[in-house]
Design a protein. Structure first.
Length: 494
């Protein structure tokens, strides 16, 4: 995975800075609460939502189990329809392929429809180094690009900006990228949208190369699907002479009929719409209609390593709806930038450490960027048990152990700073493996409970946490003694 966010501190430090920014917290609170309320209403309209959720989970799990077969079928279908398929093992290879394809056209600029995969690999930066300008055309992505910023949300990358900030960015930066913002631009949504439309229209009409991602790829027909709400995707997918799509290998579904499930759950979970205003599908090339040349770059970049993890692989079900971000109390306060990845929020906390590994401080800290409240699991339209994966990754960080990296089995060393936690877990394991020792410890704790303090102040950073929490009271007798004395409650417990 690309180092687009190289230099990011560990999550606790980045989050500490974010929570002290009242403007950021206000923007996030307003946006996430609004999207959350709309989603709840949209989902409530569907009487079989639970069945759709289960169907999406099963389709994704089935596909991941047979991913190799479906990828070969997809390549055959795309090739038969006139497309050209490229395989990229990592970010460097994907960037090289796309850069060479653009250079082969003789063009020096491309228009893009929002693609998290290209952000993941740092494609814009790679193209810039080669003298090629990449223009984002999604409104939120345009705001991020003009503001020399980073995305902070999967669905709304500029969620951390308010209307006044967006107006200032447009007025200050648009002239450097093309058509300037209109004189006297205000912060009303209609004027901001019109300024973006005018700015982008000349780029759509001039560009000969388009770069896209895809929400889904259909193995059966070789069809790619993009859903969006603004129409910029339709322009990028139809006007250029050459279209290059960079898509993660997990975005595949077996059949056209499988789309029926996801085209119901994705819009309601993301934009709270019954159906996206623009659902674009394309299969290879057709004479006189759309791009003359179509290239599909299938991106691995850590995905097969993730697939090798029986617990963690469920993260590959993700359809990038962002519902988990909008209900997460940690994301609402810390914002997306603190996660140090193009994938923020709960899904980023489990996906990034698997795609990139846990060697860096930011990736080792991400599994702890959660209260484990479970709200993310409840809203996930493909039932990813994010809390389960978070705990699984925490164990990996603390204990180390065998994982798959770049297709090879490697043994990770335990992360630094967790010696006390490892010692506590070893002590607990020793006690739980010895019933006699556990029984003695429980009885001793019960008999000395009057001597126990109500709270246990921790030193250093733990002081703020422990100062507001009491220790749980120890019962008068251990559970096993109560069970034996009362015969499991049948013997007349007093």
């Amino acid at each position: 995975m690309s180092g687009t966010f190289v230099g990011m501190p560990a999550f606790p430090k980045a989050a500490h800075e974010a929570v002290n920014n009242p403007t950021l917290r206000g923007n996030l609170r307003h946006a996430t609460h609004t999207i959350r309320a709309k989603r709840e209403k949209a989902v409530a309209e569907v009487s079989d939502w639970a069945e759709l959720r289960e169907a999406g989970k099963r389709i994704k799990d089935h596909t991941l189990r047979r991913l190799d077969d479906y990828l070969v079928q997809l390549e055959e279908s795309v090739t038969a329809a006139g497309g050209i398929v490229h395989w990229a093992a990592d970010a460097e290879e994907a960037n090289r392929i796309v850069t060479e394809l653009v250079k082969a056209t003789g063009e020096s600029e491309v228009v893009k429809v929002k693609s998290m995969a290209t952000q993941e690999i740092g494609l814009n930066e790679a193209l810039e180094e080669a003298g090629i300008h990449a223009y984002e055309t999604d409104l939120a992505e345009l705001i991020v690009q003009l503001g020399k910023d980073r995305p902070s949300h999967i669905l709304v990358p500029a969620i951390h900006r308010n209307r006044g900030e967006i107006r200032d960015i447009f007025a200050r930066e648009m002239s450097e990228w093309g058509r300037p913002a209109p004189e006297g631009l205000t912060d009303t949504p209609a004027e901001l949208a019109e300024a973006a439309r005018l700015h982008l229209r000349e780029k759509f009409l001039r560009a000969k190369v388009g770069v896209s991602g895809a929400n889904f790829m259909v193995a059966e027909t070789g069809t790619l699907v993009v859903v969006e709400s603004e129409g910029n995707g339709r322009m990028c997918l139809t006007l250029p002479e050459t279209l290059i799509s960079v898509v993660g290998i997990e975005k595949i579904v077996p059949t056209w009929q499988d789309l029926e499930v996801f085209l119901q759950t994705l819009p309601r979970s993301s934009t709270a719409e019954r159906m996206n205003p623009y659902t674009s599908t394309w299969t290879g090339t057709t004479d006189g209609d759309g791009p003359k040349t179509f290239h599909l770059v299938l991106l691995d970049n850590g995905r097969t390593d993730t697939l090798a993890d029986e617990v963690g692989r469920q993260a590959l079900r993700c359809i990038r709806c962002s519902a988990c971000l909008n209900v997460c109390p940690v994301y609402e306060r810390a914002g997306g930038h603190a996660y140090g990845s193009v994938y923020p929020g709960p899904i980023g906390a489990i996906l990034s450490p698997q795609l990139r590994g846990t060697a860096s401080d930011i990736d080792a800290s991400l599994p702890y960027a959660s209260s484990l409240c479970g709200a993310c699991y409840e809203v996930c339209p493909v039932a990813i048990d994010i809390p389960e994966v978070l705990v699984h990754l925490r164990e990996r960080v603390v204990q180390g152990g065998e994982v798959t990296r770049e297709g090879n089995k490697v043994v990770l060393k335990p992360a630094r700073g967790h010696a006390a936690e490892r010692a506590a877990m070893r002590a607990a394991r020793w006690a739980f493996a010895r019933p006699g020792a556990l029984r003695t410890g429980q009885r001793l704790a019960s008999r000395s409970r009057r001597l126990h303090p109500r709270s246990l102040p921790l030193p250093g950073p733990g002081k703020a946490w422990s100062a507001t929490r009491d220790l749980p009271p120890v019962p008068a007798e251990p559970f096993r003694d109560w069970w034996q004395r009362t015969q499991g409650g049948k013997g007349g417990a007093k």
